[in-house]
Design a protein around this ligand. Structure first.
Ligand code: PMP
Length: 404
């Protein structure tokens, strides 16, 4: 390897800088299926960092549907949706997702990142404006920037600020965009207020409910069901399939005009290979479980309440979240890493989330609970947190809260 290549030297210097700032990201190599316990390096850990909120990623019925899908369809879709990749399995899943979300149509994308990028860049161009919560997921922010539309951010969860920005905008089309459940904080967007601001100013609202669908609402219909909102208030609903549904992929649901528009103009829909049909079959099975096994949501809610009660008793700096995402504020990236390492020594996996994923000074342990966990596992987590927080200074107030 030549040391005199200036491009490589610049890259290596940036890597070294990131490492020195304690912001370097390492991957774990997981040796077991997803579940409350994971095997890493031959050792079994209790895991609190997956997005498999309902415990469906390795569910026997979902896995069996996947296997039957492979037997019927083979491994790959062979083409993009607009050529010959759109199978009857994809089509049936789209119809079932449309019914589940109460929309005329749903359109499958290969990932959530691609769904957001495709939808927002199709809907907006240079004469338009996009308004984003400043804590929105990276894929939404990237999509807004790529669209060429005027890009505005509003303060986190501030519907009045959105209303003011909309009132001052003379753009041709205006789209407000928010996470339903914020992925690194766990709190919910104030959807009724955001929807009212959009209605008043003739804008559309897009909600990315990656972390709400399957999990929130009596029937698992997500953040919109939680607030009692429908298609009139939120015309563009995006959901992912790799989290609560336990498989992979994503969809955008809306009316006939929106979905046909995306079929024609969303570049990440048109120019990419369709998901394997077997993934669609597996997701059909998980969608049935999401709807028929409400006990998963009930159990998960009870675990969240148990965790928060226990954490409060210990005086832990939890963030105000009612979702299964229960981050523990730490502040300093180095301390977040030290805590994560100390938990790992005790057989518990929790990822330290550091900038740039969260704002500077906002490092945290992102604890996520799943319906696959049991009460005793949550109690074990609380006991381990109590030990490592008192062993790893500074004490439990954890330093500065993340910049809002
Ligand atoms: N939106 C949000 C809010 C997310 O958290 C994620 C995944 N981290 C995505 C979109 C992207 O979804 P996918 O993983 O399917 O690309």
């Amino acid at each position: 390897m030549s040391a005199d290549n200036p491009m490589r030297e610049a890259l290596a210097a940036e890597l070294a800088e990131r490492r020195a700032a304690r912001l370097y990201r390492e991957r774990l190599v997981v040796e077991s299926p997803q579940g409350p316990e994971l095997v890493v390096g031959g050792r079994r850990f209790l895991s609190f960092c997956s997005n498999d909120y309902l415990g469906l990623a390795a569910h026997p019925e979902v896995a069996a549907a996947f296997r039957r899908g492979v037997d019927r369809w083979g491994a790959g879709s062979g083409a993009s949706h607009l050529v010959t990749g759109h199978s009857a399995a994809h089509h049936a899943l789209e119809e079932e997702l449309a019914a589940f979300t109460g929309r005329e149509r749903a359109l499958l994308f290969s990932t959530g990142y691609m769904a957001n990028l495709g939808a927002i860049t199709a809907l907006l161009g240079r004469r338009d404006a996009v308004f984003q919560d400043r804590l929105n997921h990276a894929s939404l922010l990237d999509a807004g920037l790529s669209s060429g539309a005027r890009f505005r951010r509003f303060p986190h969860a501030d519907a009045a600020a959105l209303a003011r920005q909309l009132a001052g905008s003379g753009a041709r089309r205006r789209l407000a965009v928010t996470d339903g459940v914020f992925s690194m904080d766990g709190d919910l967007a104030p959807l009724p207020g955001l929807a009212a601001a959009c209605r008043e100013h003739g804008a559309w609202l897009l909600v990315d409910d990656a972390h709400g669908l399957g999990v929130l609402g009596a029937n698992g219909r997500g953040t919109l069901e939680h607030f009692g909102l429908g298609a009139a208030e939120v015309p563009v609903l995006m959901g992912t399939l790799g989290k609560g549904f336990g498989t992979a992929g994503a969809f955008v649901a809306g009316d006939e005009t929106l979905v046909e528009y995306l079929v024609q103009f969303a570049r990440t829909y048109v120019y990419t290979t369709a998901l394997p049909p077997a993934v669609a079959e597996a997701t059909r099975a998980s969608l049935r479980l999401v709807q028929s096994e409400g006990w998963r949501r009930d159990h998960l809610r009870a675990l969240v309440a148990r965790f928060r009660r226990g954490a409060e008793q210990l005086g832990l700096a939890l963030m105000p979240s009612g979702s299964p995402i229960q981050p523990l504020q730490v502040g300093d990236a180095g301390r977040a890493l030290a805590l994560s390492a100390a938990l790992r020594e005790r057989g518990i996996l929790i990822t330290a989330i550091r900038p740039p994923t969260v704002p500077a000074g906002g490092a945290r342990l992102r604890i996520t609970l799943s319906a696959a966990h049991g009460e005793a596992q949550v109690d074990r987590l609380l006991a381990a947190l109590e030990t490592v927080l008192s062993d790893t200074p500074p004490a439990v107030d954890g330093g500065a809260p993340p910049a809002a």
